[in-house]
Design a protein around this ligand. Sequence first.
Ligand code: RTP
Ligand code: MG
Length: 141
Amino acid sequence: MALERTLSIIKPDAVKKNVIGEILARFEKAGLKIVGAKMKQLTREEAEGFYAVHKERPFFKALVEFMISGPVMIQVLEGEGAVLKNRDLMGATNPKEAAAGTIRADFADSIDANAVHGSDSAENAAIEIKFFFNDSDVVSH
Ligand code: RTP
Ligand code: MG
C-alpha cells in the first residue's frame, strides 16, 4: 500500500464536545501521523468553497451553516493507505449507520453534525490539503 496523505477536519460539534484529543488519539493508534494541524474558524466563503462539489445538493446550505457554527481543527494525516484508513475510522456519514467503535458512532449526533470530515480519494485529498495548507506548513516525521 502506498504512503498517502489525507485531509481531516474535526467539525464544530466535536470541538464543542472537547473531544479533539480523543479523536486525534484514534488516528495515532491506527498508525496515522499528524503532519499538519491548525484550529480555524471557517468563513462562509471558505466553507462554501471547500464543499463546492455539493453546492447543488439540498443539504448544502445546512452543511455550510454547520461548518461555520464554531471553530474546527484541520489536520493532514499521513500513513499507509491514509485515505481509506481514515474513512474506516470515521464510519458512515450518518452516525445511525456507522459501525460500532467508529468516530461517528461514538461522537456524532446526526448526519449534519457528524464530528469529522475526511477526504474521499487521494486525488481529492491533494486538492483539499492545498485548500488549507501551504507546503511549508506540512512536515514529515
Ligand atoms: P464529509 O465530506 O464531511 O467527510 O462527509 P462524507 O464524505 O461522509 O459525506 P458527503 O456525501 O461528502 O457529504 C458531506 C456532508 O454533507 C452532509 N450530508 N447531509 N442530509 C443528507 O442527506 C446529507 N448528506 C450529506 C453530511 O454532514 C456530510 O458529512
Ligand atoms: Mg465527503
